[in-house]
Structure formats: C-alpha cells, structure tokens
Design a protein around this ligand. Structure first.
Ligand code: NCD
Length: 471
C-alpha cells in the first residue's frame, strides 16, 4: 500500500493499519540502521524549525541521513523572510520547490496545515504551537507496543500540562483509536481543552466521565484526576459505574504514566495557570503506589522538575527509549511519504480518520474569526490570504471548530442568505440559540461574532433575538 505524496499534519492523517505498517518498517530499519543508505538517495528534506527543538529535529535529520538523503534547514524565523513579513504560504511554495519533503515546527497553531496546503510536496508537522505533534505520538505508541505488544485495553494516565501540551493532544486521539482507556491527571488549571474532549467522544465515540461525576474521589490524594475516557468497545460501561465503585476503578493498575512539563512559553500570561506548587512530581515515592507497580513511565522530554532524576535507572522508565526510537520511526515515515517504501496492508482498515469528510464546513466572508489568538488565521501576515473556515460540529447549541487549530467557537447570532426574497425588511438576524439554527440549511447559514457585526452587514434583529435583560 503506497503512502507516497501524503502529508502528516495530524495523527488522524494515518489510519491504524498504516501506523501498524509503519511500525513494522521501523522494526526492519532498526535492525539494520547502517544499511538503509540507498532508500532516499538523491532526495532532499527541508528541516524548518521555528521553535526550539533537540530530539525532534536531530532525529528527523539523523533519519534522513541514515536513508541516504540530504537535509537543508532553517531554524530561526529571524533569519528567514518570514521576519520581513512574508506569509507562510509563500515560504511553503518556495521550500517545496527546493525540497522533496518538508518537516516544519512552528509556534502558530494550524501553521503546518497551511504549509501542507501550499507546498506541493509532503509536509510533516513537527509541532504547531499547542495544537498537535503527531510524530511524537508515533514514537510514544511504538514504545508502548514494543513493551506491551498491544495498545487495546491498556490504561494510560496523562499527567501535567494537558492544556498546552501538544504531544498529549495527538496521543489522546491515537490512544482512543487504538482502544485504550485514558485517565486525565492535569495540573489544576491546565485541563484538556474542550475541543479535544469533544473529539474523543464524538469522533472516536467513547465515553467520558468528568470530574464533577468523579466527585470526592478525584480531589483527594497526591494525584488529582479530572476525567476518564473509555473506548466504545470497552467491556465496562464507565457511565454505569456508580461513583462509589469509582475509587476501586481508579486504583486499578496503570499500564503507562505519560508525564509532561509545564508549557510555560504557551501560557497566555506568565503564571496565569498551573502554579508550580500544584504540579505533580513523578518520583520514587509516587511510583511506590500499587497501581504503578508495572507502569511504563513515559515523557516526550525535555523534562524540567516534574520527573525526578532518581527514577532514571528504574526499569519502568521509558523516556530515553522513546527518544532513541524516534530515528527508526521517522526513517519509516520519511521513506513512506517519499514513496521509497510501501506498507504491507494487513487486515481491515478504518479510513474514517484519514478521509475527514464529516461535518459541514462554514467558510464565508462574514467577518467570523477564530477565537484562538495563536491560530495561524489570526496572524497579521496570514490574514491577507487565509479565509477562516470552520466545521459545524453541533447545531444546538451552535458549536464551530476551526479547521486550522481546532479551537471551538460558540457564536451567538445567525442569519440566512435567503433573506432577500425581494424584501429588504426580511434581512434579519436571529439568536443562534433560537430554533432558526436548525431551520437554516448549512449552505445558506451566515454566522456573526456579534450583533454589531450583523448590523454592520445590513441585518436587523428579528424577534428571535434573545437578549440578556441585565445588559
Ligand atoms: C515536546 C514538544 O516539543 O512538544 N518535545 C518533543 O518534541 N519531544 C514536548 C515539550 O516540549 O514539552
């Protein structure tokens, strides 16, 4: 099965069978790392790292070198024309004309998608702000599979900064797809973003038991938990488990504990969320708990204070193995996307994640913007050409999902393009909460950020505008 000329912007760009196939190829490559030098001979990889990186960049570059290819690189926005106000799209077009494949890390969320849209060659997302980091997930899954043979049915705990940790977001989607149970242990204030949780329950169709439902069991103890996700195939129906049995459920053995550092650089304001003193430290003491007896301790690295050096020698510690496995995993990925290798297709595949044709798309010049200031669509140099677009993921209440950064938007006012019917007085807007939202067909829907904007576009309030009487 060929994967040539495809990009990997999110973990959902690869199906489960393709990921398994990639792992078999990584196994093959790791057995003879020094014999792969003809696989990508004559091919060039552009390595564009506009955020700090050690492991990801070096392992990608090592991988391309091991495959016999060449690497060209840019590592500082200040040293590129982006600093002169060039758009990412122009940069992507040019880089795509110099290289056969592009690996990009960028601080703006959704930047890798823009590069993939314009480059004309395969693009690999090596981390786009706090959004996703799919190749780290490949290293994480590969490690879990190597150590536990399967992912299905495992219980994986995610700890630390779940809000801004991009590795966590990609990993959660993959774990859900491979049928694992996920235990969320965020540092208070750094819980999983709403859009990630919604995707887990809608796209991957599992059940989520939230903090409020977990009640008293969650707050107590060293290791606060705020939600549990269980896949639809799980024999347990989590929502059916009475809270009283929840304590027992939570004390069950954990197969892997995935630790992340506080993503200081992504906080809106320094120290705004997740005070350091609330951050759980994984150390010998914590790992003495019965439920961690056989737990794989994982971390994407770099670590700061959240993972004690005293556990480095512990056989349960996996983080340096995760990093080392980055080379064969990335060799396999580069070889596949460059069409130098193919994966052996085995078993039924579920392509629903790869072909993302599900929700209606909203793309209109109504002035509607993504609410995430770090989204690529809100950056000055990009506003000139990117037209914001959203998936309509829910009608009641109206919820939109930015196609670039995936943040959610809850707009309050809507209208239909059918207003005219010859009469200007029919050009009305309504509250998104009124039943008009259901009546308007998605292709006729106009959505506004505010009443001011609706009026600026010549619409008048209908009797279906519900106002907060206090204002
Ligand atoms: C991670 C990243 O860059 O998101 N590091 C990595 O790629 N291995 C994790 C982090 O920076 O905390």
């Amino acid at each position: 099965m060929s994967m040539a000329n495809r990009s990997m912007v999110t973990i959902d760009d690869l199906s489960n069978v393709e990921i398994e196939g990639l792992f078999s190829l990584a196994d093959e490559m790791s057995q003879s790392m020094d014999k792969q030098t003809t696989v990508c001979q004559g091919r060039i990889m552009a390595s564009l790292f506009f955020e700090p990186s050690t492991r990801t960049r070096l392992s990608f570059e090592a991988a391309m070198n091991r495959l016999g290819g060449r690497v060209i690189s840019a590592v500082d926005i200040g040293a590129t024309s982006l600093a002169k106000g060039e758009s990412i799209a122009d940069m992507a077009r040019v880089a795509g004309s110099y290289a056969d494949i592009i690996v990009i890390r960028h601080p703006w969320e959704g930047a890798a998608r823009v590069v993939a849209d314009y480059a004309g060659v395969p693009v690999i997302n090596a981390g786009d702000g706090g959004h996703e980091h799919p190749t780290q997930t490949l290293c994480d899954l590969y490690t879990i599979k190597k150590e536990r043979q399967t992912i299905k049915g495992l219980r994986i705990a995610l700890s630390g900064d779940l809000k801004y940790g991009r590795t966590i977001h990609s990993l959660s989607y993959a774990l859900a797809r491979f049928g694992a149970t996920i235990l969320f242990h965020p540092c208070p204030g750094l819980e999983m973003p709403e859009h990630v949780l919604r995707k887990l329950t809608t796209r991957y169709k599992g059940k989520l038991k939230r903090y409020e439902a977990l009640g008293s069991v969650s707050k107590k103890g060293l290791f606060p938990i705020d939600a549990v996700y269980m896949t639809p195939s799980s024999p347990h129906q989590l929502t059916m488990i009475p809270d009283i049995s929840m304590q027992i459920e939570l004390e069950k053995e954990v197969d892997a504990l995935y630790v992340t550092r506080l993503q200081r650089e992504r906080q809106a304001k320094m120290g705004e969320q997740g005070a350091n003193e609330d951050y759980v430290v994984v150390n010998k003491e914590l790992l003495k708990k019965k439920k961690f007896e056989r737990t794989l301790v994982m971390h994407p690295l770099p670590r700061v204070d959240e993972l004690a050096y005293e556990v480095d020698g512990d056989p349960r510690s996996m983080y340096f193995k995760q990093a080392a496995r980055g080379v064969p995993v990335r060799m396999a990925l580069l070889a596949l996307l460059l069409g130098a290798k193919q994966v052996a297709a085995s078993g039924e595949d579920d392509y629903s994640f790869v072909r993302q044709v599900d929700y209606p798309i909203y793309r209109r010049d109504s002035g509607l913007r993504c609410s995430n200031p770090k989204c690529v669509t809100n950056q000055e140099s990009e506003i000139r050409y990117i037209k914001p677009a959203f998936k309509i993921v829910n009608l009641e209440p109206l919820i939109l999902n930015c196609i670039y950064c995936e943040h959610e938007l809850y707009p309050e006012y809507i209208a239909t393009t059918d207003w005219h019917e010859g009469k200007l007085e029919n050009k009305k807007y309504h509250s998104a909460g009124s039943n008009w939202t259901r009546r308007i067909k998605p292709d006729k829907l106009v959505i506004f950020d505010s009443e001011k904007e609706a009026q600026a576009r010549g619409f008048k309030p209908s009797s279906y505008v519900i106002r907060n009487t206090e204002s």
